[in-house]
Design a protein around this ligand. Structure first.
Ligand code: FEO
Ligand code: CA
Ligand code: CA
Length: 635
């Protein structure tokens, strides 16, 4: 989710939420100052990321081999640029695999650049704003699952004079652009990947697809609605941002900014404080769904928003199966869900809540995974935690229980998860985006994308956001990546040690902390890390969703991009630059690891791109395939 989309002209989702629900200025200056002073000592070590061994307790995190003798990267780094195209290093090639609006069935219409389609054509075509993705090998078939996070109103309704919906069909077209796409893809004899139309696995999951609620919140009064008095069968999913996958072959779609689709016919309607904490208000972000479906009117259906903000498990090999909402994993603005199989077989899921000053979470299953065994309860039955980071470099997971939080039941904890974590004093973070675990070491990384409110304003629950710990910069412009190692290499341990892998910055125009950590230079600088994923070799791929103005504080950063980092040395190299006004988000690999798939989201969100079709074409979110010209491995 970009920080500058057009919900209300130039406002981001977060900014629009803040405008609707203004937060008080932070006033506990003493506390902020105290923590800020403490962090100066900490950062002496953290800044020198490649040689963090100088910093006492943090030295356990990084092998004391500050610089590897030879780089582990197979590619030469590329320069930043502002081209309306994909740029990859010499020896690599990219091609477009699938685009927003490509039909999944042969009787569906091809994308119409003049009208941008209809509700009916969109419902049988690839959704918009591709984000998290995963490839599933199924026999000799390759199934690609894509999140379709949202749609850009001025693009999808660019055929209308005001760039806004004019008819119910327009609204429904926007609605059908959301959700997920499951699409079979195949590689031609000449090596080009493309959509397999009419595959029995092709499927659209939309905001209207029947789903099953599971876990502690199932059937609770908070989930009951007029249409579903049992509170067990919510309808649909939307704003699916990052993703995860399970060892048993299912896909996890994560509901992020679900709030922006609800409104009230009476704009003076006041929502409850519980809804307000999640950004629900009497105004939506311009999508207008309440105009075509009354359940989106919160004055009439105040419990409907409680049925969104979950992780949704989907079986791509079974197109008829109802997706399952996993309430045990908590309700918040889920970014992604990084599932790790612990040494003892328990399932651990790390998750970020992407909003300024919100929290980082962990779920630990009670049961253990056995290949071929029953996996259905693994994401229904377990314990939920929020992270507390100490300035010492230590951290702990705080268990969210009714007793500890003062809530009436686990069901309530799983619906009001933000409030539960606030009650325990979890650490307010700089917008936790993707989390990724290193498959070659017991360590986990999380992108903290940016936070202009750090040290300035509390979060939506009134929790202060003091400067310090893993959030060391006031009004954090550029973002950072935090990592932690669970004590004893055990992901179920409640203790961990943390440090910062990188603080993004701009050494060309800034000094001090804003120049970035030692592994940031004018050659590799970037801002707003968002997508994170380790490849099978233990290299960390970093995707950005940041300021692409290439001016002022961001001079020299160019368009959004993708880089790779070496956890052992801290070295970071730029691998890809995206087209104008895009975000680079979502990645996965073919079964043979010779193709890397990458998502290019919302090119031209401000009207300045014609990628990928060129000419006067409407810009379209797309999946690209990247290969090595020598046919080598991509990860
Ligand atoms: Fe959809 Fe947090 O990005
Ligand atoms: Ca994101
Ligand atoms: Ca983002």
């Amino acid at each position: 989710m970009t920080d500058r989309i057009d919900h209300s002209e130039e406002l981001s989702f977060d900014d629009y939420d803040e405008q609707l629900n203004p937060k008080p200025e932070e006033n506990d200056f003493d506390r902020v100052l105290e923590v800020a002073l403490t962090r100066r000592g900490l950062l002496k070590g953290v800044l020198a990321v490649g040689s963090v061994a100088t910093l006492g307790s943090l030295s356990t995190l990084v092998p004391n081999e500050a610089v590897a003798a030879t780089s582990r990267f197979a590619f030469s780094p590329i320069d930043a640029n502002t081209l309306d195209d994909i740029t990859v290093p010499p020896g690599y090639s990219s091609q477009v695999v699938a685009k927003w609006g490509d039909p999944l069935w042969s009787d569906g219409a091809e994308f119409d650049h003049a009208t941008r389609g209809t509700a009916a054509s969109q419902a049988v075509s690839i959704g918009d704003n591709i984000d998290g993705m995963e490839v599933f090998a199924h026999g000799d078939k390759t199934l690609l699952v894509l999140n379709n996070e949202y749609t850009n109103r001025k693009i999808i309704w660019g055929n209308r004079a005001e760039g806004a919906s004019e008819t119910d069909d327009d609204v429904n077209k926007g609605k059908m652009a959301h959700g997920l796409t499951v699409v079979e893809i195949s590689k031609s004899a000449t090596g080009e990947w493309g959509v397999v139309k009419d595959s029995p696995y092709n499927r659209r999951v939309t905001p209207d697809t029947p789903m099953e609620m599971t876990g502690p919140a199932t059937g609770h009064d908070l989930l009951k609605t007029a249409a579903d008095p049992a509170g067990t069968t919510p309808l649909g999913t939307w704003n699916n941002c990052g993703n995860g996958q399970t060892p048993w072959g299912t896909y996890l779609a994560c509901e992020e900014n679900f709030n922006g689709y609800f409104s009230a016919a009476d704009e003076d309607h006041k929502v409850s404080p519980e809804l307000k904490r999640y950004g629900v208000s009497s105004k939506d972000w311009g999508y207008g769904w309440a105009k075509v479906d009354e359940r989106f009117d919160v004055s009439k259906h105040p419990t409907e928003p409680n049925r969104f903000g979950y992780v949704v498990e989907i079986d791509p090999r079974n197109p008829d199966a109802a997706p399952k909402k996993r309430s045990a994993l908590g309700r918040f603005k889920h970014e992604n869900a990084e599932l790790v199989l612990n040494g003892d077989g328990r399932v651990v899921v790390y998750m970020g809540d992407d909003e300024r000053g919100e929290f980082l979470y962990r779920f630990v299953s009670n049961g253990v995974y056995a290949p071929g065994g029953d996996t259905d309860s693994l994401l229904e039955d377990g314990k939920l935690y929020a992270a507390k980071f100490h300035d010492t470099g230590a951290g702990e997971w705080l268990e969210l229980t009714p007793e500890a939080t003062g809530m009436a039941s686990m069901a309530e904890v799983c619906v009001y998860t933000r409030q539960a974590a606030s009650a325990l004093g979890a650490t307010t973070m700089d917008r936790p985006e993707w989390v990724s675990a290193n498959p070659t070491a017991p360590e986990v990384y999380c992108a903290l994308t940016n936070n202009k409110n750090r040290g300035i304003k509390p979060n939506a629950g009134g929790d202060l956001t003091p400067v310090g710990g893993p959030n060391p910069r006031e009004k954090n412009l550029y973002g950072q990546v935090v990592r932690w190692r669970p004590n004893g290499g055990d992901h179920t341990s409640n203790g961990f040690a943390w440090d910062l892998f990188v603080m993004a910055g701009n050494p060309k125009v800034k000094n001090g902390l804003e120049a970035g950590s030692d592994n940031v230079s004018e050659a590799n600088m970037f801002n707003s890390p968002d997508g994170l994923k380790f490849d099978s070799n233990g290299l960390l791929w970093i995707q950005t969703d940041g300021n692409y103005s290439n001016e002022g504080d961001f001079e020299g950063h160019g368009n959004n991009q993708m880089l790779a980092g070496d956890p052992a040395t801290g070295e970071i190299r730029r691998f890809l630059v995206g087209p104008n006004e895009c975000e680079v988000t979502g990645m996965t690999w073919s079964a043979d690891k010779r193709t890397m798939f990458v998502g290019i989201q919302h090119p031209g969100e401000r009207g300045n791109s014609h990628w990928p079709d060129g000419g006067d074409a409407v810009p379209r979110s797309a999946v690209i395939a990247i290969t090595r010209d020598d046919g080598g491995m991509m990860g």
